[in-house]
Design a protein around this ligand. Structure first.
Ligand SMILES: Nc1ncnc2c1ncn2[C@@H]1O[C@H](COP(=O)(O)OP(=O)(O)OP(=O)(O)O)[C@@H](O)[C@H]1O
Ligand SMILES: O=P(O)(O)OC[C@H]1O[C@H](OP(=O)(O)OP(=O)(O)O)[C@H](O)[C@@H]1O
Ligand SMILES: [Mg+2]
Length: 415
């Protein structure tokens, strides 16, 4: 951890508004809002204006930077709890994923914040905003949660009580990246190195607007930026550079359309992290709440079976050959056609034009990765079907969870 970062952790109320490499509490390093193009000349701020900037930056930074207070002991309750995003783009996709795993969350109306999953009667579902899913996991108010990895990094801040059970739920894919103006003095800036080399100073620091204050603070400190001020906004961040209220943004990108429509670009080295939906849990709850690990096992089995299957097609192809073994060998020699363990090959019984059985026709059934389908198949007589589930003997993520917790599967009732 850099000295600047540890300073800020120790005294966030003062250091939050200071430049990243600066002395904590140095009010001269605080940027205030200003008109675009006014950077060349050092700006003069009134004491009152500076104080206002300090207060705004501190209150905004504190809301993201303050550690979530944790109880010493988990509260006593009979039920187990799963928190799901209550609104926004993650909400619908989360419910759809659970539905695809044959877990139907019954939520009679959008204003109801507690629900049940009939297949998991011991589990209560609580709907929360994405940030609160993480906060409530840390405090142990909920035991499990589904949330984006970006939120987990920002709010969870590497909290050791948060355990990631599944980090690739295959929805909500996006990445956190810098968005830099395409024109003006940034026209020739295409890399992080070039951005850092610009003449940022205490009087004219790089102003970055972001909803990810914790991540941004760590990132710029790690990358050696010295004069940076983090500003906060709740949405539509991409407007800030054109408005003149910030130089660049640090925000989520998925299709890149919002950046493009606002004359912003990504730069080399400016991707901070990749994100998608994840299943997370409270470590103490996993170890202490009876029945929770068993529910995790069931969730992981269902999720893995669905998500693995989602990446494959089931293909049945009619092939000619001297024998089933010869056809199998041909398929096994091509890694893309070998299936999960190997192809299933069986005789196809047809009547030829002469009324006799056709002796050399075989049907091969294989799993083909969706991405490889077109290069893999050729010819006719090929049936392609979606896969619903692929059950593995033991989901690797389950084994990993047990190893992380130091728990033996023998102590659990996984029937
Ligand atoms: N453009 C995007 N593409 C894919 N995933 C995204 C995108 N924006 C956000 N996400 C994911 O969705 C999560 C929730 O985002 P957010 O809190 O912004 O909700 P929202 O769906 O955008 O609703 P709102 O912004 O109106 O509250 C993020 O933490 C991130 O994991
Ligand atoms: O790369 P894209 O596909 O264009 O997506 C990126 C945009 O999506 C999110 O905004 P959202 O739609 O949640 O609006 P918000 O700013 O109001 O949160 C994010 O904050 C970006 O602005
Ligand atoms: Mg949003």
């Amino acid at each position: 951890m850099s000295p600047a970062l540890s300073q800020q952790r120790a005294a966030p109320a003062v250091a939050c508004a200071a430049r990243l490499g600066g002395r904590a509490g140095s009010s001269s390093s605080i940027a205030s809002s200003r008109r675009p193009g006014s950077r060349a000349a050092p700006r003069r701020q009134t004491l009152q204006g500076r104080q206002a900037a300090l207060e705004v930056a501190c209150s905004l930074n504190n809301s993201a930077g303050t550690a979530v207070p944790k109880p010493l002991k988990l509260d006593e309750r009979d039920t187990l709890r799963l928190a799901l995003p209550s609104k926004g783009r993650m909400a619908e996709d989360t419910l759809q994923l659970l539905k695809d795993c044959q877990l139907s969350v019954v939520k009679p109306n959008p204003r109801q914040y507690v629900a049940r999953i009939s297949q998991l009667p011991d589990l209560e579902v609580w709907f929360q905003r994405a940030t609160d899913v993480v906060r409530k996991l840390i405090t142990g108010d909920v035991d499990l949660g589904i949330v984006g990895l970006d939120m987990l990094a920002e709010i969870g801040n590497d909290d050791p009580d948060v355990v990631v059970l599944h980090d690739a739920l295959d929805f909500g894919q996006c990445h956190l990246a810098l968005g830099v103006p395409t024109g003006g003095r940034f026209a020739a800036i295409n890399s992080l190195e070039e951005l850092r080399s610009m003449p940022w100073s205490e009087q004219a620091p790089l102003r970055v607007v972001t909803g990810y204050q914790n991540i941004a603070r760590k990132y710029f400190a790690e990358k050696g930026f010295e004069n940076v001020v983090l500003l906060s906004a709740d949405g539509a961040l991409e407007a800030a550079p054109a408005m003149g209220s910030a130089d660049i943004i640090l925000d989520l990108v998925s299709t890149g359309v919002t950046l493009r429509e606002n004359n912003l670009k990504q730069i080399a080295g400016g991707t901070i992290m990749h994100s998608q939906g994840a299943l997370v849990a409270n470590r103490r709850a996993l170890l202490e709440r009876p029945g929770l690990l068993e529910i995790c096992h069931e969730l992981l089995e269902r999720l893995e079976a669905h998500l693995t299957a989602n990446a494959y097609y089931s293909v049945i192809a009619n092939m000619r050959g001297g024998s089933a073994a010869e056809v199998s060998l041909r398929l096994l020699q091509n890694a893309e056609l070998a299936g999960l363990s190997g192809p299933t090959v069986s005789r196809v019984y047809t009547l030829g034009a002469d009324g006799k059985a056709e002796p050399h026709l075989y049907a091969a059934t294989i799993c083909v990765p969706k991405k490889r389908l077109y290069p893999a198949i050729g010819g006719s007589g090929v049936l392609v079907q979606p896969m619903t589930y692929i059950f593995d003997e033991e989901p690797p993520r389950w084994r990993h969870l047990l190893d992380t917790l130091g728990v033996s599967a023998d102590s659990l009732d996984l029937s």
